[in-house]
Design a protein. Sequence first.
Length: 401
Amino acid sequence: MRRGRKRKRAGKPTCLPPADASFPSIDSLNDDVLEEILVRLPCIASLARAACACARLRAIASSWAFLRRFRTLHPSLLGHFATDADDESVIPTFHPARAQFDGCSDAAVRGGDFFLTRVDANAGWRVQDCRHGRLLFANESDLLVYDPLSRRGVSIRRPSWYPSSHFTHCLLAGYGGDGCPGSFRVVSVEHNGERAARGAVYSSCTGAWRRGRWDYDRVINPKRPSEYSYFPGMQAAGRIYWKHRDTTKLQVFDAGPMRFSYVHLPEGVHPRSKYAVGEAEDGGCCLVVLADAPHGTVFKVWRLRTGKGSWPWAWTWELERRLPACEVIGKVQYPPIRHVCAVVAGVVLICFQNHAGPHRHIAFWLSNMQVEATFRSAGWAYPFLMPWRHSSPLLLPSAKF
C-alpha cells in the first residue's frame, strides 16, 4: 500500500503582482472618485453587485444624492401601456420597449404581471395614469392602484362628490421617509362647469383623503373644443397641469398646499399647438412643443422657472434647447405628427396621424434624441419606467426620492 505524500500548503498566488506602494488602493481614493467610478457602471444590477464589495461602496451607492444622479444617467424605459380606443374602456396592452433588456430589467419584466391578469376586466376599470411603476384605474365608485412588478393592487374608495362633474385622477409619488418607504399619492380633481373645481389628495401612508374647498376665482376648467370632453391632466414636480381650448393659460393644481392657480404658456405656444408638459431627466418641469422653423420642424424644450416663494403667475418659461425633429423621425416621409402625448422622466412620446388604422408612436430621450421604442395604438399610451424601489433592496436609502 502506497503512502500518500503530504501536500504542501498552498502559498500566495504567483499571478498577483507584489504589493507596491505606488499602486493606489481603494482606501487611498476619496468618496468623490469612487462615486465617479460607480456612476459609470452600466445598470442597476452591476451597481448592486459592486455595493456588496465593502461597506464604504455600499454607503456611497445607497445615498440619496447618488441614486438620484444614477437614475438620471441610467433611466430604464420598460415599455408602454396602451389602449385600443380613445375612451380607455379596455384593459391596456403592454408594448415592450425592446426585445432584450439588461439583467435587472429583464428579470423584472419576466417576473411581473404585465398582462394585468389580476385586474378584473369586468369591473369597468378605465386607465387614468401610469407613474412610478404603478397604474391608476377608475370606475364609477372606486380607484385601483396596481403594481405589475409586485402583482399587488390597492383599492381606494373615490371621494363622494357630485356625479355630474368631470374628474381628473393622477398618480404621484409619496413623501416617503423612514416610516413610509415606497408610498404614493392619488390626486382627484372635480371640475364643475366653467369656473369651479376642487381637489382631494389620498396618501397611502395615512390611508385617508385630504379634501379641499371649491375654488371659483383661479379656475379655468380644461374643456376641449367639444363641449362634452376635457383635456387630460399632465404632471410634473408634484403639480397637475391642464390645457384649455381658448386661452394661453395653463391651469395648475399644487398637491402640496392644494391650491389652484395658472401659468401662461411660453412665447409662441398657442392653445392648439402640439405640446405636452412633463418632467425632464432631473425631475424639473418642462414643456416640449413641436414648432416650425426656417430649416425644418424642431422640438422646443422650455423649462419652468418658479423661484422660491414666488406666486405661480410670476413663474417664467426659459427656452432650454431646440431639437431637430429629423433626428427622431429620420428622412422617411412619415404622416404628420398628431400630437406630443407625454413627457415622463425625460422620455418624450409622440404620435403620428393615421386615419386607416392604429397610430404610430415613437418614444425618444430628450438628452440624446435616441429613439427608445416604437409601437402602434389607436388610443392612449402611457410610458412605464423601471421604478427604483424594485431595482435592488440593497440600494434603497431610508429617504424616498
